[in-house]
Design a binder for this molecule. Structure first.
Ligand code: NOJ
Ligand code: CA
Length: 690
């Protein structure tokens, strides 16, 4: 076999290489615990990889490669020209997060493939193998064959799963962005899926495919190359090119989380570990916490964003929310509809939004001061309706205004059909882009960086998907990027009972979500309309959960900015249950997914950073279940008082959602706790050490 150096020298001497048969080479790397084995090969001139877990096949041999517009690509006649290995074991601290300390323990294998035909050129694929999966990215160095601008036309990465794997997925390239009800079916029936997408193979291996550190690239979806075998589909820009770049460049990491059980997918930090460390320096101004807001009332049509007689963002109502927040210990009050531009058809009038002019009945300085005196602050809102050109022209001024008024968190919004983001190109021509295009990937970082200058944190709705950039930009705190609570107000249909027990194993693997939990009036659709033109949602438009499940969401769905989404009066009517929302934290020392099955149920425990207390949340789908939850996260043998909020024996999401039992029981760390979950029910527990 040719030595690596001999090969490199031979290649360097060939400006134009000719086909030369090389012996196929195969390299392997294993995870630190030895359970995951990665194999990389160049058989038949193709770059390929495969992965096994505990000897079971996870990913069958799958292609690697990339094609360009004006440059020779990497598709065939490739040979391994060299490789390096490394291992890494270090622990780093998150300023806020689902755990404080994160261990990055992996083995690295970087493989350089050289083309054997056409101009001499090389591409390196860097693999990192963790105990919980594999990440890899392409690295194209500066070289003679890649001068000037590069246009990527296709990434050839494949993920050969097999047609018979169970799959939980949402469709890509559809008008409603990431906001689809999850589909469950065999992998062979999936055509084009957003990531993260979750598979359970017949051999029991659980897999989630996604990407990490999506920077200056377009997002990847999984396109069926053959039934059950997927190919990376990069979102094209308005000019048809998928990615514009120059050498050197690095692609985002393609991530393959692997576990023998469902919760193993949740208990993984691969996505964060594959992102760069904090680039912002001191981020002590980024502060997790809970908030309330002038929000749900618009979605259930009690109020409007625009100024038409029942304008939500009016001084009186905002003061009522500030008082409520101050009384019950919430840090923030979100106010939507405060700025000019909402009147009329705001969905289609993004160019009319002002991010500095308020409606007359909303006095920003007065309200900010009123809030500050009570230890509360307003949370800002920038809805763009997808007109990013209008927003980019104003956002610095918008953030400056908010900063002057003590605002430290801003919710952004991009309500527009997928593919309808407005920008103007260098010739002043209007162009339409996708929410997950290279342009939008860049836009979100421009927003986050501008916001950081004003010490403001971002919660993006209708965003690009999360790829762990909160590690690098800790002020990018949370986002939407899936169907949230709002769909229960007006979605046709609303979120089904199984929604959360799928979300926990799919969307939530990518990072925090501003789902906006905590609806207490579970039948808002039955209130008579306030005005004939303010018709509420349909007969199904209510959260299809029990009350206890609403509480459990605070632990199950991680978000460092966590909303108590219902109206103050609905909480005032149920102060006993509301106590859990007051007690639960939004920032965690540690998190453990304890048990569950994708699409059926999930139990997650988290230890609060401020109080050091453990909380537990478990939810089920339509099936009622008796769970035996191991309390192994608590100190073994130690006694605790558990404040339990659970479904009553007759609870049922459809006909008896309010049946809740709130009780204190004594438990011992290490024991199992039995929990009865009603149909679409849940349990929420706070553990107080004795
Ligand atoms: C959609 C967001 O998800 C929602 O939270 C917001 O209230 C509306 N857009 C208006 O901006
Ligand atoms: Ca939305």
């Amino acid at each position: 076999m040719l030595g690596i150096w001999t090969k490199l020298v031979a290649l360097a001497m060939l400006a134009f290489a000719v086909a030369m048969p090389l012996k196929a080479e195969e390299l392997t790397a294993t995870s630190p615990d030895g359970r995951i084995v990665l194999t990389v090969s160049d058989g038949g001139g193709h770059a390929a990889y495969s992965i096994s877990h505990d000897g079971n096949e996870a990913i069958r041999s799958s292609r690697l490669g990339m094609l360009f517009n004006d440059h020779h690509g990497f598709e065939d006649s490739l040979a391994i020209a060299g490789s390096t290995t490394a291992s890494h074991d270090a622990t780093w601290e998150q300023p806020w997060g689902e755990r404080r300390m994160v261990r990055d323990h992996h083995k690295e294998l970087a493989v350089t493939f050289a083309a054997q035909e056409g101009p001499a050129r090389q591409i390196t694929v860097r693999f990192r193998v963790f105990d919980t999966g594999v990440g890899f990215r392409y690295e194209l160095n500066e070289q003679a064959a890649f001068q000037g601008p590069i246009a990527i036309t296709d990434e050839l990465t494949q993920f050969a799963i097999g047609a018979d794997a169970d799959t939980w997925w949402t469709p890509s390239r559809q008008f409603n962005r990431y906001e689809y009800i999850y589909r469950k079916g065999l992998a062979g029936t999936v055509d084009d899926a957003h990531t993260p997408v979750t598979f359970r193979r017949q051999n029991g291996v659980h897999i989630s495919i996604h990407e990490a550190a999506l920077v200056d690239f377009s997002a990847m979806s999984l396109l069926a190359a053959r039934p059950g075998d997927f190919e990376a589909q990069l979102r094209a820009g308005s000019d048809g090119v998928k990615v514009h770049t120059t050498a050197p460049f690095k692609s985002p990491w393609r991530t393959i989380q692997i576990a023998s059980d469902a919760v193993g997918l949740i208990n993984s930090d691969i996505i964060l570990n594959l992102n760069e460390p904090n680039k912002l320096g001191d981020v002590s101004w980024v502060e997790p916490g809970k908030y309330v807001g002038v929000w749900w009332e618009m979605h259930i049509r009690d109020r409007t964003w625009g100024n038409d007689g029942i304008h939500g963002a009016n001084n009186t109502d905002v003061i009522r929310h500030i008082d409520f927040a101050a009384e019950h210990g919430f840090k923030g009050v979100l106010v939507e509809g405060w700025n000019i531009g909402w009147d009329g058809d705001w969905f289609n009038n993004g160019a009319l939004f002002s991010f500095t002019e308020t409606y007359d009945d909303f006095d920003l300085p007065m309200l900010s001061e009123y809030a500050a005196e009570r230890g509360v602050r307003l949370i800002g809102h920038h809805e763009t309706s997808g007109n990013v050109a209008n927003y980019e022209a104003q956002m610095a001024d918008g953030f400056a205004l908010y900063q002057e008024n003590g605002i430290r968190e801003v919710k952004t919004g991009y309500v527009a059909d997928a593919g309808d983001i407005v920008r103007y190109d260098e010739n002043g021509v209007k162009q339409y882009e996708w929410h997950d295009s290279q342009f939008m990937v860049g836009h979100h970082l421009r927003v986050v960086e501008e916001a950081a200058k004003h010490r403001i944190s971002i919660n993006a709705h209708e965003p690009v998907k999360d790829t762990g950039l909160r590690r690098t930009y800790p002020n990018w705190m949370t986002r939407e990027g899936a169907r949230g609570m709002e769909f229960n107000a007006w979605g046709t249909p609303p979120n089904p009972p199984e929604h959360i027990s799928i979300l926990a194993y799919t969307r939530m693997l990518s990072g925090p979500m501003d789902f906006t939990p905590g609806i207490f009036d579970l039948r808002p659709n039955e209130k008579p309309p306030l005005r004939p033109d303010m018709q509420r949602g349909g007969a199904d438009n209510r959260p299809q959960t029990t009350l206890a499940k609403q509480l459990a969401l605070y632990v199950v769905l991680y978000s460092p900015l966590q909303m108590a989404a219902d109206l103050p009066e609905n909480y005032e009517a149920r102060m006993d249950a509301f106590q859990f929302i007051k007690d639960v934290e939004a920032d965690w020392e540690e998190s453990v997914a304890v048990s569950g099955e994708v699409g059926e149920y999930v139990a997650i425990a988290r230890k609060g950073r401020a109080g050091g207390e453990w909380f537990l949340g478990a939810v089920t789908d339509e099936e009622e279940r008796e769970l035996s939850i191991p309390l192994s996260f608590l100190d073994e043998g130690k006694s605790y008082t558990a404040q339990v909020y659970r479904d009553g024996t007759h609870a049922h999401w459809d006909h008896n959602p309010y049946d809740i039992v709130i009780e204190e029981i004594e438990i011992t760390g290490g024991d199992d706790m039995t929990a009865l979950l009603a149909s679409s029910g849940g349990i929420a527990v706070r553990f107080i050490a004795k």
